[in-house]
Design a protein around this ligand. Structure first.
Ligand code: PLP
Length: 456
């Protein structure tokens, strides 16, 4: 069959409030053209992020009722720990309230001035938690991963030559090597098994631990099954176990491939690191059997981990992201190739060449999509990255609009509607204005800046 159906029925619904173009125009004006300032009830299709936005299954909601809220020794923790270890056979599993809490604890143990922690591409919270300790976060993604138009199967791969050179020169300063699967900041691109094996071998040669930032491990495993020779007949679960067999530990945001709205963990083999991590956990997150989560959250993660590796789910997940990417490509709308696991990234600089980078073509496209159909995407370009530490402005490397797809939330007709909105925007794209910033905070300006359209 050609049609890949959503492998679920809908039991509980959330209404979407349908708005008119006139309403959306006044919503935009009231929000100063900043989509972070729009109330979610005023959004029709919310593609701002795939983090914490998944729909839970009936089984997960059943698990929520079963959650045991005992302070210590909860059976919910035991079920959570067993579910993690079934896929990621590490010795110690330490729950945290979300991914960045796991990062803060781990980097607090191993970071510090003079240290350098390499990764393919550090996610922004990972980088911030490394830099907060005084250590350097270094990106060593393969050059293929930096070319948006290049179609390669594993653009998340680490450059093993550069990793080897770093370890050769400074292994004593490298407390661990990270790798992000899939490479979120690089467009959700996967890392191959061969690359994970290569990183693991280098780490063993230089006696440096290897830790996976594993938020989208199931999507990465499915790409390996689809794209890497030799894995077509291997089960996703076996691929996942093989991926983690190359590593000594992991950090996780369960808000992604945990299929839940909140949660995370650290898993480690090293006894001394695990003990130190648990001591830190007690200071800020909680007792080691709940770590900032409720028993019911641990139950939902335990069940989510079983559901996320099902092949019918992953086939639907990867195909539905691809469906949107292919439809935009067919209409001549430039996107980052190939389509990643969790999002489609539109190249706004190529789509709107009449808008110079510092007039924010990504912001212009994001606003136009909201006006056309109440769609909320996220500018990842000069609004987000253009402000320099000295207060000046410089264009970012790329001007993108990310359309992140929440897990199990939208159906094909929602995505068809998004595609139709793109057609409308495309038909009048020459008329879209650039924007200027009328008010901005000193840091992380994209969240709260005010914008005004420039005269077209
Ligand atoms: C989301 C994310 C994190 C941080 O997790 P939170 O749960 O948002 O704190 C870390 N790394 C990657 C790759 C992520 O996508």
């Amino acid at each position: 069959m050609q049609t890949i159906i959503e492998p679920f029925r809908i039991k509980s619904v959330e209404p979407i409030r349908l708005t008119t173009r006139e309403e959306r125009a006044s919503i935009l004006e009231a929000a100063h053209y900043n989509l972070f300032d729009v109330r979610s009830e005023d959004v029709m299709i919310d593609l701002l992020t795939d983090s914490g936005t998944a729909a839970m299954s009936a089984d997960q909601w059943g698990g929520v009722m079963r959650g045991d809220e005992s302070y210590a020794g909860s059976p919910s923790y035991e079920r959570f720990e067993a579910a993690v270890k079934a896929l990621m056979p590490f010795e110690h599993v330490i729950p945290t309230h979300q991914g960045r809490a796991a990062e803060r604890i781990l980097m607090g143990l191993v970071g510090g001035a003079g240290r350098v922690i390499p990764s393919n591409t550090h996610f922004d919270t990972t980088r911030a938690n490394i830099e907060a300790t005084g250590a350097e976060a270094r990106d060593l993604v393969h050059a293929d991963g930096l070319d948006p138009a290049l179609d390669r199967p594993f653009k998340g791969n680490m450059d093993l030559d550069r990793l080897e050179a770093l370890l050769d020169a400074r292994a004593a300063d490298v407390p661990l090597v990270l790798c992000t699967i899939t490479n979120n900041s690089g467009g959700g691109q996967p890392v191959s098994m061969a690359n994970l094996e290569g990183i693991g071998a280098l780490c063993r040669r230089y006696d440096v631990p290897f830790v996976l930032d594993a938020c989208r491990f199931a999507e990465n495993a499915y790409f390996i099954k689809q794209r890497e020779p030799g894995y077509a007949d291997t089960s996703v679960e076996a691929i996942v176990r093989e991926m983690f067999s190359h590593a000594d530990g992991m950090t996780m945001s369960a808000k992604k491939d945990g299929l839940v709205n909140m949660g995370g963990w650290i898993a480690l083999n090293d006894d001394a690191w695990a003990e130190a991590a648990r001591n830190q956990l007690i200071l800020t997150e909680g007792f080691p059997t709940y770590g900032g989560l409720s028993g019911r959250d641990l139950e939902a993660i335990a069940i989510g981990l079983q559901e996320v590796v099902r092949e019918d789910y992953l086939n639907y997940r990867i195909a539905s992201t691809q469906y949107l990417g292919d439809a935009l490509t067919d209409r001549g709308i430039p996107i980052v190739q190939p389509v990643g696991g969790h999002a489609v990234y539109v190249d706004a600089k190529a789509f709107l060449p009449h808008i110079p980078p510092l007039h924010y073509p990504g912001q212009s496209l994001a606003v136009a999509l909201f006006l056309a159909g109440g769609i909320r995407g996220c500018e990842i370009g000069s609004v987000m990255f253009g402000k320099q530490p000295d207060g000046s402005e410089a264009p970012a490397a790329m001007e993108l609009v990310r359309l992140a797809i929440p897990r199990r939330v939208y159906t094909q007709s929602h995505i068809d509607y998004v595609i139709e909105c793109f057609e409308e925007v495309q038909a009048q794209k020459e008329q879209l204005p650039g924007y200027r910033i009328t008010k901005e905070p000193p840091q992380l300006r994209h969240f709260t800046a005010h914008f005004a359209p420039r005269d077209a």
